[in-house]
Design a binder for this molecule. Structure first.
Ligand code: AMP
Length: 117
């Protein structure tokens, strides 16, 4: 599986850096964001290193679907499935991407404004 030696999220996936892990399976690791922007702020990360959404190919279709299914399950686990939550991928610096290993933000537990900033 593609991994990047220096990538922060690859290092979390390899347990080289501590994180508050809330879910793990053969394809994904989910952990709490170190700088939470809402009472629930979880990052859902593939074990495979994919730098940005621009690097996706049709081979990643199931993986991306799995990320959203994990988000739905985690939202229920966090008790925010009825109050509401947001799932966000930032792609490239102009959209706020700061870690270049794709991750799905799961945010909830407070009112979320629209449009986002
Ligand atoms: P983005 O800006 O969309 O690339 O999101 C990266 C997210 O990773 C930010 O919300 C950061 O707060 C979060 N983050 C950075 N370092 C860590 C870390 N060591 N553990 C958990 N979350 C992190």
């Amino acid at each position: 599986m593609a991994q990047n030696q220096d990538c922060l999220f690859c290092r979390i996936v390899r347990n080289e850096i501590d994180a508050k892990i809330v879910h793990e399976d053969e394809d994904l690791v989910a952990f709490r964001d170190i700088s939470p922007q809402a009472p629930t702020h979880i990052l859902i990360v593939p074990r495979q290193h994919i730098a940005t959404l621009n690097d996706l190919t049709p081979d990643h279709q199931d993986l991306i679907g799995k990320m959203f299914l994990a988000a739905k399950d985690l939202a229920a686990q966090e008790g925010i499935e009825q109050s509401g939550y947001r799932c966000v991928f930032n792609c490239q610096r102009g959209a706020g991407q700061s870690v270049f290993h794709i991750h799905l933000h799961l945010l909830g537990g407070r009112a979320l404004n629209w449009p986002p900033g």
